[in-house]
Design a protein around this ligand. Structure first.
Ligand code: GTP
Ligand code: MG
Length: 164
């Protein structure tokens, strides 16, 4: 059993992505903003992930760190079209990576909403978030579309390789 913490700003697409990772009959079509957090179980190949779907809303972000100690991996979701809040995402990300309870765990970044015409490519998001400065853990960034599920397998496979 692997614990995965899913974080990122509100409206980035965390819950949508988690729904898309479930088998089709179990997916809900409607997602609403998460209140607090939800726990889900997701099967990927040989691995069973316990997924903590955290709310990204400002007033709930302090909840994230309560789960760092249990986390084996982090999925950090970024809205590729939300240029205005890229700096807020960077702040939250840096704050998270600096936390002593979250040392060395691998981080997958999903550059989500890649379908939006105004979306930034992953390389530009990596630049904006300063990802190339991360040297104390494995990380990678993958473009994704939470609505279709495109790109999610690549990210989850990368993560599974680091956890297996
Ligand atoms: P909080 O729970 O508030 O932190 O938000 P969240 O990160 O869980 O976002 P959520 O999954 O609720 O998605 C927010 C909105 O973005 C919804 O309207 C989704 O349908 C939409 N959305 C999610 N992924 C994509 C995507 O890849 N492309 C587009 N165009 N919309 C997306
Ligand atoms: Mg949510």
């Amino acid at each position: 059993m692997v614990n995965v913490l899913v974080v990122g700003l509100d409206n980035s697409g965390k819950t949508t992505i988690i729904e898309r990772l479930k088998p089709r009959p179990k997916q809900s079509m409607e997602v609403a903003p998460t209140v607090g957090f939800n726990v889900e179980e997701v099967q990927k190949g040989a691995l069973t992930f316990t997924v903590f779907d955290m709310s990204g809303a400002g007033r709930y972000r302090t909840l994230w760190e309560q789960y760092y100690r249990e986390a084996d991996a982090v999925i950090f979701v970024v809205d590729s079209g939300d240029k205005l809040r890229m700096v807020v995402a960077r702040d939250e990300m840096e704050h998270m990576l600096a936390h002593p309870n979250l040392r060395k765990v691998p981080v997958v970044f999903f550059a989500n909403k890649k379908d939006l015409p105004i979306s930034l490519p992953p390389a530009e998001i990596a630049q904006a978030l300063g990802l190339n400065d991360i040297q104390d853990r494995p990380w990678n960034i993958f473009p994704s579309n939470g609505l279709t599920g495109e790109g999610l397998d690549r990210g989850m496979d990368w993560l599974a390789e680091r956890l297996g």
